[in-house]
Write a protein that binds this ligand. Structure first.
Ligand code: NAP
Length: 232
């Protein structure tokens, strides 16, 4: 890509794998997070880091200006009120990042890490600051942005292969299961390089079996949310 890829939440456990994989592809990568200490501890050498908070638009302008792509993998707070409620990170934060990334008519591909059950407003998780409602509202902001986008809804995140090596991509938000952070990160990176991953929303799970032979074929089997930009 011509300009940096910005990973918002790039010092997190999924984000830092995304950063590493992008560096391996020789991309210029900038991570955004609130804690410089966390970034220094976990970010691969070669990645830039800029302190920023998705709730504070002024902190996002410089790192997102002119970027080629954005991956958003921010952990929400779960308070009902106050600055750590999900509305701020899952909705307003997405809005703030989209505004900064599109300044000057820039049109990056944006990959949003959401979660399974985002459409299930009656799920017990929604008792935590209406987390799922705000997740879905943030997804919708992106889907309606007119940008090339991918919405990734991981199952329950794990760091071992207990759930199996096969990756399953689902649509319709009816499934459940676990998925490794590694596979979620890889799906985000692969989406940036695969036209068939534009304009889609999918869940991702692991199950027993062999690793995915082709991400392109897996994305190609998904249905578009609507006719994606640039592929009419
Ligand atoms: N746990 C699960 O089973 C599960 C299931 C489905 C989806 N998910 C989602 O998957 C995503 C990745 O998860 P993970 O395990 O990688 O999370 P994580 O390790 O907690 O990382 C979260 C990242 O978000 C950054 N962050 C948090 N608040 C921020 C803010 N206001 N502004 C800027 N950056 C902020 C953190 O850095 P600082 O703290 O330094 O700001 C960190 O880099 C999250 O959205 C998570 O909710 C999780």
């Amino acid at each position: 890509m011509d300009n940096p890829v910005v990973v918002v939440g790039g010092s997190g456990r999924v984000g830092r794998i995304i950063v590493q994989r992008l560096l391996e592809r020789r991309e210029s990568v900038c991570a955004i997070g609130r804690s410089g200490h966390r970034a220094r501890r976990h970010l691969a050498p070669g990645a830039a880091f800029i302190e920023g908070d998705v709730r504070a638009p002024k902190t996002l302008k410089a790192p997102l200006a002119g970027c080629s792509a954005v991956v958003y993998c921010v952990e929400p707070g779960t308070e009902n009120h106050g600055p750590d409620r999900p509305e701020t990170t899952m909705y307003q934060g997405v809005r703030n990042v989209l505004a900064a990334a599109t300044a000057g008519a820039n049109r990056p591909h944006v990959v949003l890490v959401s979660q399974l059950h985002a459409t299930h407003q009656g799920h017990p998780l929604n008792a935590y600051g209406r987390l799922l409602s705000w997740r879905f509202a943030g997804e919708d902001l992106l889907r309606e942005s007119g940008l090339p986008y991918t919405v990734v809804r991981p199952g329950w995140l794990i760091d071992d292969r207990a759930a199996g090596h096969r990756v399953r991509l689902d649509q319709g938000d009816q499934g459940t299961g676990q998925v490794t952070r590694d596979d979620v990160a890889e799906s985000c990176v692969q989406a940036l390089y695969t036209p068939a991953a534009r304009g889609v929303t999918f869940e991702i799970f692991n199950e027993p079996g062999t690793p995915l032979p082709s991400w392109g074929a897996a994305f190609g089997a998904l249905s578009w949310d609507r006719t994606p930009v640039g592929l009419t």
